[in-house]
Write a protein that binds this ligand. Structure first.
Ligand code: FAD
Ligand code: DHB
Length: 394
């Protein structure tokens, strides 16, 4: 089998890339390890930056997002048992975000690809990518026990942090930058109305909590927990009690969350990771295959989308003009945005979480920083600009 662009991984990065290439008249094949139901149900991110929303619309994948997604024009910060709202449009010259789950983005892109796109193969495990420096790199994969090869003009590794494409970049060419974090998140899905009509990011003396949502009847909730936590230790009652405590406000001492059945819970480790460069010969890396951010800034999915938007444009330019100029610039172009997101995600994480080794002095510094954001339009604008996302490079 031969294709112009072989795409390893059918997560948001691989699926959006396939759609953008299809729209540009460039053929591709997507090879996805898991089955369709697994990919469509994997609980992950929930916030789309304005640029991601616009890109999905422009790609023809915005119809259900515009009908069912929930536009959000701000977030609430809670600290010192007080709340402070950040109003995104007034702080950023009109920018906002959309609450629309990654599961739904993935379902929409899969439906489009199966309806009129190139091949999207599920249950196809890529075992290696060879010949990055040749004119025709080869993807080796196994589907239904049968070893197969896909030859390509270009290969894009959209196979996430545990994927295999990164190994096509030799170790002496690759630089890895990494940081682990001394806490994890317990991610919870519950049949309960959202805590508040916007997202609540809470600093408390018992650690971080985040109250998000999936619909008017479903809440998505996160609690900072120690690394190595077993989700089985967190009963629904313990989860709700802890949320009540971490989200408490002095002005409303009797306030409690409206409880409902917990339908899923999982512990998510936190990692910061960047692999440079994001291109080696005819092999490109995009999304989590190249970089991971801790989720506090809601950036992972948006960075994955930004990478493939830049790459699809570069491949379209190459196809139309024969020029590899944008392809050559791909890694540097993406890494500028990646490092901005790494910084913002680390900042949000360090400012809102309680490090087990944290001193009372450190806590006072966190509270001073949060107070600054709540009282200075300049500090608030810095957060809001990063959260709603910087414009994509033209
Ligand atoms: P992925 O979504 O990881 O997709 C990679 C795809 O490649 C997968 O479908 C995988 O099955 C496939 N694959 C892997 N290996 C192979 C192979 N050998 N052959 C073929 N296919 C392969 N971000 C937020 O902003 N907020 C969150 O709350 C949040 N929660 C997260 C929770 C978890 C557990 C994880 C892992 C990530 C979370 N993220 C979150 C980050 C966000 O979901 C990711 O940044 C986003 O999924 C990146 O998309 P991607 O397509 O690059 O990678
Ligand atoms: C969600 C996840 C995040 O990491 C975040 O910062 C905001 C929202 C969510 O899953 O809804």
């Amino acid at each position: 089998m031969h294709t112009t662009v072989g795409i390893v991984g059918g997560g948001p990065a691989g699926l959006l890339l396939a759609r953008l290439l299809h729209n540009a008249g460039i053929d591709s094949v997507v090879l996805e390890l898991r089955d369709r139901a697994y990919v469509e149900q994997r609980q992950r991110a929930g916030i789309l930056e304005q640029a991601t929303v616009e890109a999905l619309r422009a790609a023809g994948a915005g119809e259900r997002m515009d009908a069912e997604g929930i536009p959000h024009h701000g977030i609430e910060l809670r600290f010192g048992r007080r709340s402070h709202r950040l109003d995104f449009p007034s702080l950023t010259g009109g920018r906002s975000v959309m609450v629309y789950a990654q599961t739904e983005v993935v379902k929409d892109l899969i439906a489009l690809q199966l309806a009129d796109g190139g091949p999207l193969l599920f249950g196809a495990e890529v075992t290696s990518v060879e010949g990055a420096q040749s004119d025709s790199p080869v993807v080796e994969f196994v589907q239904e026990g049968r070893a197969q090869t896909l030859t390509c003009d270009y290969v894009v590794g959209c196979d996430g942090f545990h994927g295999v494409t990164r190994d096509a970049v030799p170790e002496d060419v690759r630089t890895t930058y990494e940081r682990t974090h001394p806490y994890s998140w317990l991610g919870v899905l519950a049949e309960a109305p959202p805590v508040y009509d916007e997202l609540v990011y809470a600093h408390s003396d018992r650690g971080f909590a985040l109250a998000s949502m999936r619909s008017p009847t479903v809440s998505r909730l996160y609690l900072q927990v120690p690394n190595g936590t077993d989700p089985a230790d967190w009963s629904a009652e313990r989860i709700w009690d802890e949320l009540d405590t971490r989200l408490a406000l002095d002005r409303d001492p009797g306030w409690k969350l409206e409880r409902g059945p917990v339908t899923s819970k999982a512990v998510l480790p936190m990692r910061s990771h960047v692999t440079e460069p994001m291109r080696y010969g005819r092999v490109f890396l995009a999304g989590d295959a190249a970089h991971i951010v801790p989720p506090t800034g809601a950036k992972g999915l948006n960075l994955a989308a930004a990478d493939v938007i830049v790459l699809a444009r570069a491949l379209a330019r190459w196809r139309e003009t024969g020029s590899a100029e944008l392809l050559d610039a791909y890694s540097d172009t993406c890494l500028r945005r990646v490092w901005r997101a790494e910084h913002f995600s680390s900042f949000m994480t360090a400012t809102l979480h309680t490090d087990p080794a944290q001193s009372p002095f450190d806590t006072r510094l966190q509270l001073s920083q949060l107070e600054r954001i709540a009282t200075s339009p300049h500090a608030a604008a810095e957060l809001a600009e990063n959260y709603t996302g910087l414009p994509l490079p033209r």
